[in-house]
Design a protein around this ligand. Structure first.
Ligand code: IPE
Ligand code: IPE
Ligand code: MG
Length: 261
């Protein structure tokens, strides 16, 4: 898909259309990763139980996934459940898992229609068997799709991923002299995918909370005070517009600065 597919979808004359037109289709981030945060606070502001925030957050997921596919992003990664989130009350964890199952059942056709490939990143063996089954079936049903890869980070931890990658590299028999950054990355959950160019966090928190630690080495970070259930297409477009104004130097110096010397 491409920007034209997004423009065909947003109401003409709307503020979202104006935002979409400001995006340079040739300089899209290849990979956008999002820390979906603030569901609990969204609910608390409405005097609702925390789980209502998670329920409301599903609409934001739907909107962002479809926007990413229509824009033609190569990869979208959503942080849905961290290895640390097991510390939460069992009832909250249970609701999150039930919502995940429901989301997959309801959305699988939309994912396929939008040519999205669904992929789980995280320690899936630590999830309940029925969840693993549901995830596996969504991956299988979308495996031949060639559009946006939608990574869902579940039972995910950045440090856990690095440890798992090291273990796999050892199991594969890599010798110390064979191991370099490129070889190591082949053993990460995101092997073969571009690193995130843009990392978004909602709800104003200025931390990475153990997310994609290896891969975000040079990601541009965009934080919004908007709470996840209120996040919509327009916020993603705003983040991309902002990203396109950034000067990415990767530790070097940019050309105009060089020319001035
Ligand atoms: C993000 O919202 C959802 C998950 C971590 C699963 P939170 O539940 O962390 O909401 P806050 O941060 O408490 O508001
Ligand atoms: C990060 O949010 C994890 C997910 C979005 C799944 P948290 O709410 O768990 O992070 P902290 O506790 O504020 O760092
Ligand atoms: Mg939180």
């Amino acid at each position: 898909m491409a920007l034209t597919d997004l423009l065909a979808w947003v109401p003409s004359g709307s503020p979202d259309e104006a935002l979409a037109r400001r995006i340079d289709a040739d300089r899209l981030p290849a990979h956008v990763a999002i820390i979906m945060d603030g569901n609990g606070r969204w609910a608390a502001r409405r005097h609702l139980p925390r789980v209502e925030g998670h329920r409301a957050g599903i609409e934001a997921v739907r909107d962002v996934v479809e926007t990413s596919a229509r824009l033609g992003l190569r990869v979208l990664t959503l942080y849905a459940f961290s290895v640390e989130n097991w510390k939460r009350p069992a009832t909250e964890v249970g609701t999150l898992m039930t919502l995940l199952k429901r989301y997959l059942r309801l959305e699988i056709d939309a994912l396929t229609k939008n040519n999205i490939r669904f992929n789980v990143v995280g320690r899936r063996e630590g999830l309940a068997p029925d969840i693993q089954h549901e995830l596996g079936s969504a991956e299988q049903r979308t495996s031949s799709n060639t559009g946006t890869i939608f990574n869902i980070a579940l039972n995910y931890g950045g440090r856990a991923e690095i440890v798992d990658a090291a273990r796999r590299a050892l199991t594969a028999g890599l010798t110390p002299d064979q191991l370099d950054e490129q070889q190591f990355a082949r053993f990460l959950y995101t092997a073969g995918q571009p690193d995130p160019d843009l990392l978004i966090r909602t709800s104003g928190e200025l931390r990475v909370s153990n997310f994609l630690l290896w891969q975000i080495a040079y990601a541009e970070i965009w934080v919004t005070d908007t709470l996840w259930p209120d996040f919509r297409r327009r916020h993603l477009l705003e983040a991309i517009i902002d990203y396109q104004k950034r000067d990415r130097r990767y530790g070097g110096i940019n050309q105009p600065a060089l020319a001035g010397r």
